[in-house]
Design a protein around this ligand. Structure first.
Ligand code: 5GW
Ligand code: MN
Length: 353
């Protein structure tokens, strides 16, 4: 009896020791990551001095500027007065003249950030790819690591575009469809799975863009944020009662009268991977819940996006400079058009539904 007890105790002690050892390994592993993530990794000057210049932390919380860059003094009393440059929840609204591109690039370049972009070209929409891709080379995060993902049912029609070093393109084959509802619903789902299966741990930011558009001016580091939305060019001077939100209670995209900040466009949004993943997942779930009840929101995923952004406030808002429409004359407060939807012949490109 006592011998048996002794044996049991011995084995128990061994198990406890093993568990403690495993916990120790786990603890030090977690702690190392936690410490680097929270307190950062100290970076000392190359001259061997003991001075700590800065610490690399989770990059989106900490902006490190170069000591050597000279730039114009920012003013605290003068700036643009013809437009609003901050939301009531204190997110910047990005307009030309509110930021210094050289300063921003010098902050983000050492962080070696990478940006994914998704674009869908299903059916005849492949004809927009060439201009989209070529102008992206000229204006979209020039000098940064960019990975463009083209989702298409016609991979053979993807134009070979010469891309600069550090930039690449991946074609993802998807089934074709004649129903816009299906293409639209799948967009969010494909973005979600792309983040889960391909981008997690490889990319920092993602932007999801319409293909029927071209870049005309810089779209760069000034657009970075956790959750980024673009103001729709068609409604930015309108009263919220005129916004084309989904107005039926039965829809999960419903926005009540008297609510709403801005009307955002479905043709461009982005942010940190984690944030866009959450957005895509939420919009897709709601889209599917609506579909089960036979409801299609007024402007499909754009309606769901607007509902999402009403509750989950974007941390950065891009002005209509970031998605204009070619058929619209440029308004004076829009000093530069950076990205714009081309004029399209609907009968020519859209499937007959
Ligand atoms: C769009 C409308 C009706 C039927 C089909 C489509 C469609 C959209 C399509 O056949 N193929 C396709 O790739 N799309 C993708 O969805 C494109 O990336 C397109 O830019 C995006 C949104 O559709 P748009 O650009 O026609 O919508 P608007 O509101 O910008 O005119
Ligand atoms: Mn479009």
């Amino acid at each position: 009896m006592s011998f048996k007890m002794h044996l049991l105790t011995g084995r128990t002690v061994a198990v406890i020791l093993l568990v403690l050892l495993l916990l120790g390994v786990l603890y030090s592993y977690i702690w190392r990551h936690y410490r680097d993530g929270i307190f950062g990794q100290e970076v000392r000057p190359a001259d061997g001095s003991s001075r700590v210049d800065f610490t690399i932390v989770n990059h989106w919380f900490h902006l490190v500027a170069s000591d050597y860059l000279e730039y114009q003094q920012p003013s605290i009393v003068q700036g643009r007065t013809d437009v609003v440059t901050v939301t009531p929840w204190l997110a910047p609204i990005v307009w030309e003249g509110t930021y210094n591109p050289q300063l921003l690039d010098s902050i983000y370049r050492p962080q070696n950030i990478s940006i994914a972009a998704t674009v869908f070209a299903v059916g005849k929409y492949t004809k927009f790819l060439r201009d989209f891709l070529e102008t992206a080379e000229q204006h979209f995060f020039v000098g940064f690591k960019v990975h463009v993902y083209v989702f298409t049912d016609r991979p053979k029609e993807v134009h070979q575009v010469k891309m600069a070093a550090g930039r690449q393109l991946t074609v993802v084959p998807v089934p074709g469809s004649n129903r816009w509802q299906e293409i639209s619903a799948r967009r969010m789902e494909l973005i979600q799975t792309l983040i889960e299966e391909k981008l997690q741990n490889h990319m920092d930011y993602i932007f999801c863009l319409d293909v029927d558009s071209k870049f005309h001016g810089r779209w760069g580091t000034e657009s970075l944020g956790a959750l980024v939305a673009v103001i729709h060019p068609g409604y930015y001077k309108d009263d919220r009662s005129k916004f084309p939100y989904e107005r039926r209670h039965e829809s999960t995209a419903y926005v009540a009268p008297g609510k709403g900040d801005f009307y955002y466009c479905g043709g461009a949004f982005g942010g940190l991977l984690q944030e866009v993943h959450r957005l895509a997942n939420t919009c897709r779930t709601n889209f599917e819940a609506d579909a089960k009840k036979g409801i299609e929101a007024a402007w499909q995923e754009e309606s769901h996006l607007n509902r999402y952004m009403l509750i989950n406030k974007p941390t950065k808002v891009l002005s209509p400079e970031y998605l204009w429409q070619d058929f619209k004359p440029r308004n004076p407060e829009v000093r530069i058009i950076r990205f714009s939807g081309v004029i399209k012949n609907y009968a020519d490109i859209r499937p007959n539904v």
